[in-house]
Design a protein around this ligand. Structure first.
Ligand code: WTA
Length: 632
């Protein structure tokens, strides 16, 4: 985390407030956020235990929370199983024949699983894992493209108390190897190939390279998709279908301690060596269940489409666990938003009657570049609730998203992290929205903006985003590195430090301003990246922007901006000048970039976050450090 002595300047103001429509409000589970929030934080343990009772437990808890700072245990003494709650709990009811997952492949192929069918597949897979001798506490690495087997494998591991480590299938062999080594996985589940904009990606050869030096790996299971897929070498390599087909379609879910680890998910954010974030069955189940239900106002008849890959935490919490715990119908699609054309997502929304759509600001900005004619071609009237995650959404992108989807659908700008497991700061559909703000903490969550000493800052002063109380879906540790876990709770006394800079406005709305590491110090003023980038993107010619600080003789640092222009725009001195004027107008002199460079792409993590650290290293001719998470 960067230097945190001083406050962060916040220059950005938006006055627009978007009220929920009467229809949205009347339909919502929570119609009065203020009252519900007040009640929830007056007695958070009562709030969380009431939520937990909506789920099934094999044995009840003795205590809701055991808080031994900075270590938390939730639902102490209880036994449960998240896979049981996702599947068995549904198939016991009429939902056994409800559609659980609609999967669409890059080529448009479709596979549909009812809860009953998903349950049977998961049981077969769990039995197959058992047959290999896997037991509670063992680790399995899942390195699959976005196909339903990814979901099946996760739920099968969970069923047995086997800990899954899903690695996004875009990672290189060394990145995969280090994650397998750290987890000491006994089994790796992969596919022969993945597809990316029509290109065939040979995943199996990546796995071959990665496991060559991994002594823990006993078996590699391969989902074969291509008819020409090379033969496997027995006994180490197994064909997924042969492996599953002989197994029985029932397998009892293991009763697990509420604190039993569910998964490890490696995250590096935008800096440093990957950390294995550990989540557990009980608390994570409660947190993902209720946030999915309330944030998206998820109802029985909704079709819920989240564009993430289960390789990221968004996929874990809001494609797999949260929605299945709610018995939802989930749409998931392989491939990129602009392939085969920029109408891809809009087409899927029309085709499947999607009512809840959860995406990213990067995705929206990508589609904005192609213009409004794409969404206009499709019937998007089934949409009811929208969401974004992953970065601050700049008001420009917010307005576009709002407009092209009909102008009345609430946008849930959800702030959270791999480490938090669940959405932490977010509107609910009944909350008045301010474009660019993630608004208020979720029920039962206490968030604040503080200085380094942990002192709450007055309204509109920029500082550090913190969570001041434990919450059920919080990570329990960093795998094999408890010291690194403690850093999150030790950086600022008595709170969880998220590493983001933020301001809270006079209505208590939170405005995230970027990562603390990326803060730029200009003439003594510390400026968050998001505000400057947002001001640049509000220029009609700019599609995307990233800013960094560069050493400067008198000012300490000067701002350098990298921008991608919209289609059809030409670079010129006048254009650069008008971009600077735009920042001047939006934020003031202090935030105006000294230099603006037009580029055709920006370094991003595979989940779409800009890696400013890499831009900066390149600019200054320094070593960028670990770049295993870089997309290109
Ligand atoms: C950023 C993704 C502003 C933030 C779920 C956080 C956001 C990091 C938002 C976590 C948002 C995520 N507004 N910033 N709505 N959502 N972030 O672990 O910097 O991949 O700390 O989890 O993304 O990224 P991660």
């Amino acid at each position: 985390m960067g230097p945190m002595e001083e406050k962060v300047e916040s220059l950005f103001r938006v006055d627009r407030v978007v009220q929920p429509t009467a229809e949205t409000k009347a339909a919502a589970y929570i119609q009065d956020y203020e009252a519900a929030y007040k009640k929830s934080i007056a007695d958070p343990e009562a709030f969380w235990s009431t939520v937990a009772k909506e789920l099934e437990w094999f044995t009840p808890w003795q205590r809701v929370l055991e808080w031994n700072y900075p270590w938390a245990k939730w639902f102490v003494g209880a036994t449960c199983n998240i896979s049981y709650n996702c599947l068995d709990r549904q198939v016991k009811t009429w939902r056994k024949n409800k559609v659980a997952v609609i999967w669409v492949g890059e080529q448009g192929e479709e596979r549909i699983f009812t809860y009953g069918e998903l349950f049977r597949q998961v049981c077969r897979c769990a039995n197959a894992l058992k047959a290999l001798g896997l037991r509670k506490g063992d680790r399995v690495t899942i390195y699959l493209p976005k196909i339903p087997e990814q979901i099946v494998a996760m739920l099968a591991c969970a069923r047995l108390g086997v800990i899954h480590s899903v690695v996004y299938s875009g990672f290189s062999a060394p990145a995969l190897e280090s994650r397998i080594q750290d987890a000491e996985s006994r089994v790796v589940i992969t596919a022969d190939v993945g597809y990316d904009r029509g290109k065939v990606i040979n995943l199996k050869s990546v796995v071959d390279q990665a496991v060559a030096n991994c002594r823990s790996v006993e078996r590699v299971v391969v989902v074969r998709r291509e008819p020409s897929s090379p033969a496997l070498s027995a006994p180490k390599e197994l064909d997924w279908h042969d492996w599953l087909d002989k197994e029985k379609a029932v397998c009892a879910a293991e009763p697990l301690d509420a604190e039993a680890p569910l998964y490890i998910l490696y995250t590096s954010g935008t800096t440093g060596k990957p950390k294995g974030v550990v989540h557990v069955h009980g608390g994570y189940m409660v947190g993902t269940y209720i946030t999915t239900k309330y944030v998206f106002d998820l109802k029985e008849e909704d079709v819920y489409f989240c564009v993430a890959d289960p390789g990221w935490v968004t996929g874990h919490s809001y494609i797999v666990y949260g929605p299945l715990l709610n018995g939802a119908t989930i749409l998931t699609a392989e491939g990129k938003p602009d392939y085969p054309n920029p109408g891809r997502w809009w087409h899927l929304i029309e085709r499947y009657g999607v009512s809840i759509f959860y995406t990213t600001p990067t995705g929206i900005r990508l589609l904005m570049r192609y213009g409004e004619e794409w969404p206009k071609k499709y019937d998007l009237s089934t949409l009811r609730v929208l969401g974004t995650v992953g970065e601050p959404i700049n008001p420009e992108a917010w307005e576009w998203y709002h407009r092209v989807t009909g102008g009345t659908k609430p946008i849930m700008d959800t702030w959270w992290q791999t480490e938090t497991g669940m959405i932490m700061v977010t509107p609910l559909p009944c909350v008045p929205l301010k474009p660019g703000s993630a608004t208020r903490p979720f029920l039962g969550v206490e968030a604040d903006v503080v200085d380094r000493a942990g002192k709450s800052l007055p309204a509109n002063a920029g500082g550090f985003a913190v969570i001041t109380k434990p919450w059920p879906a919080m990570m329990r540790t960093i795998y094999k590195d408890p010291d690194r876990y403690q850093v999150y709770w030790n950086t600022i006394p008595n709170c969880y430090t998220a590493g983001d800079v933020c301001r809270k406005d006079e209505d208590g709305y939170l405005w995230f301003m970027g990562r603390a590491d990326d803060v730029i110090k200009v003439a003594g003023n510390r400026i968050g990246t998001a505000e400057v980038e947002s001001a640049l993107v509000s220029h009609p010619a700019v599609a995307e922007a990233a800013v960094i600080g560069k050493p400067h003789k008198t000012a300490g640092e000067a701002i350098k901006a990298f921008v991608i222009l919209k289609q059809g725009q030409q670079e010129s001195q006048d254009l650069i000048k008008s971009m600077k004027d735009q920042v001047l107008k939006e934020l003031g002199k202090i935030a105006v970039p000294q230099e603006i460079e037009v580029v055709s792409s920006l370094p991003k993590t595979r989940s779409g976050k800009i890696m400013r650290r890499v831009l900066k290293a390149k600019e200054l001719g320094q070593d960028p450090g670990d770049i295993s998470t870089l997309e290109e």
